[in-house]
Each structure stands twice: as C-alpha cells, then as structure tokens.
Design a protein around this ligand. Structure first.
Ligand SMILES: [Zn+2]
Length: 327
C-alpha cells in the first residue's frame, strides 16, 4: 500500500528524475481538444517528457500512441456527483489509475463516491488493516483541478473560483492532492496558481500533495507546468508509486537536482541560480537566499510544515512538497 511519508516525501537520495504531464486533452477525446493524440504524444516526447496522461472529459481514451512516452490512464471528472451534491454545477477532478477498469467503473456508474470513500476508510484506519476498499484507495490518484479558475461570464457558475476554500477543505481528506499550477488558466480567467489555497489547507492540518500541469488543449498550452518524479524504477509502476507517495516536485521552468531532509533540516539544490524560499504556515516566507543550494530548518509546533520554492530569473518557479515537523 502506498503512503506519503509527510516528514520526507522524497525518501532517500536514489533514483531518476522523470518529467511528466498529467493533464492533457486531445482532439479525439475531448470536444475542446484541438490537437490529435498522436501529435500530442509526439510533442511531449520531443519535449523531454517521460510520461503523459490523456485526461479527457468524462472519457477514457485508450489509443495506441506511436511514441515511447509512457501513458498513465486517466480522465477528468467534470460533472455533478453524489460526492458533493450541494456543490455544483460541475466540478473537475483528475483521476488516474494503472488499472483502467477502476476508471471505467467510475464512468459507468457516474459516481465518484465509491472511489473517494475508499480513501476515507484508508485514512481513518490507522491500524493499517488491509481490506478491499483500502486497496482500491491506493490504486488511484485523485487531484482537485485548477482551484482558481474563474468562470465569471457563465451564468450557471456564479462563482469566483472553481474550488472555494470551503469546498477544498470538505474534500481534502478524500483526494491525493490539488493542482497548485494549471497552465491553461494563463489564457483564461482566474489564476493558474493556487498556492494560497494549498497553504490554507496545509495550515489547517490537511495533508495533500501539490501538482502542476499544462491542462493542454491546444499547441500554445504546451510546456507551461509539469511534475518531476523521482523514482528508482523507470517504469509506469515506479512513476505511479512516486506520484502516489509524493516523491515529485512541480515546475514551470526551474528545476531541483536534489531535495533532502536530515533531522529537521531540508536542503535543496537547484539546476540554475534562483531565489530560494522556505515557506511555512499560511504561506509565510520564513527564509530566503540566492544561489543554487539552500538549507532551511523546520521549526515550530508539531503541525508546522516547510515547503521550498525556487524562483528563476525568467519568472519560472519550482515547488517541493511540504515537509511536516517530526522526526
Ligand atoms: Zn478542468
């Protein structure tokens, strides 16, 4: 069973860093997808990506891509659901599993509830007893998408952000994480960033991972945001396990070549000179230094956390997962 080590999601220092985009739409799979799936696969392969997911709207696109890129089955849930009947009219959740049957069942039954409740059971059972539901919970990844997308000109939305603070808090314990950067929002209303909401949840004791993606719909969306997964095994299983366990960072350009924790000190190395910041509860900037290496202590109460961001000269950034206090 996969579990995030919230003291140090990156574990020991071995493994490859592999680049991937989990949020992609294609012409064959989504009404708003503009590029064919073969062209999309070629674009990401040539861009140095190792893995990709076609996360079509309420659809599992299973096509054979003519490319060495590794494909993670996925979809974007965008409909009302029994999970949040009062929240609507339409909410977007990225769902991924190496077992496409799990995603098909979800589509056929038009429900997210079974899938999500499985995770809640897992979280509540601290004894770690293995059951069918728990296994199910560990075989999918659920991500709350683009929290700060604003659809102000759509009369049925009547909302200033796709996910409000309250909605996120209600669902945070049911999902693996949330998008902290979503590239397509760069050309839509709202903000591609959701670091404010991530810090809000982390500061209230929710432990969830941050993801970055392109949310690719057309060629200009390519290469805006991605994840770098650290895995000792260059395989779909290895990548999925690292995503599930939080052994990855998010980027829009800058990179980390190393992320380590020793005792209560977190050390990062960047791939280029950057402004490196240590961020704590409610987004407070605790430390700041310029260069390619930084070491920051995790201080404060038991529920305190530290996450590190690196800001490049070109305005790009990279974000680690949070490291929680504890030994
Ligand atoms: Zn979406």
């Amino acid at each position: 069973m996969y579990q995030v080590n919230w003291k140090n999601p990156y574990g020991d220092n071995r493994g490859y860093w592999l680049k991937g985009n989990l949020h992609t739409h294609t012409r064959e799979g989504s009404p708003d997808g503009k590029v064919s799936f073969q062209e999309v696969a070629a674009l990401y392969t040539n861009g140095g990506y190792t893995f990709l997911s076609f996360s079509e709207h309420l659809k599992l696109l299973s096509r054979e891509v003519e490319s060495p890129i590794m494909m993670i089955p996925g979809l974007e849930w965008n409909a009302r659901t029994d999970l949040f009947p009062d929240i609507g009219p339409e909410k977007h959740v990225g769902l991924y599993s190496l077992d496409p049957g799990i995603l098909q069942t979800c589509l056929q039954e038009r429900t997210l509830c079974g899938l999500m409740q499985a995770r809640r059971v897992k979280l509540q059972d601290s004894e770690g007893a293995m059951g069918t539901q728990q296994e199910l919970g560990s075989r999918h990844i659920a991500i709350l998408n683009h929290p700060n997308w604003a659809v102000l000109d759509n009369p049925i939305w009547n909302s200033t952000a796709h996910w409000s603070y309250e909605e996120l808090a209600e669902l945070a314990s049911l999902v693996d994480g949330m998008e902290i950067f979503n590239g397509v929002i760069l050309r839509l209303q709202g903000s591609p960033f959701a670091l404010d909401k991530w810090d809000y949840l982390l500061s209230h004791g929710f432990k969830l991972l941050g993801f970055a993606s392109d949310d690719f719909h057309e060629s200009s969306d390519f290469g805006k945001g991605w994840v770098m997964v650290k895995t000792p095994e260059k395989s779909l299983e290895g990548i999925f396990k690292s995503l599930k366990e939080g052994a990855f960072y998010c980027s829009t350009g800058v990179g980390f070549s190393d992320i380590q924790r020793w005792g209560d000190i977190v050390t990062v190395k960047t791939t280029e000179p950057a402004l490196i910041r240590g961020i704590g509860r409610f987004g407070k900037i605790l430390y700041e230094t310029e260069g390619v290496v930084a070491s920051f202590p995790i201080e404060g109460e038991e529920y305190a956390y530290l996450r590190i961001e690196a800001l490049g000269k070109d305005g790009s950034a990279a974000w680690t997962q949070p490291f929680f206090k504890g030994r």
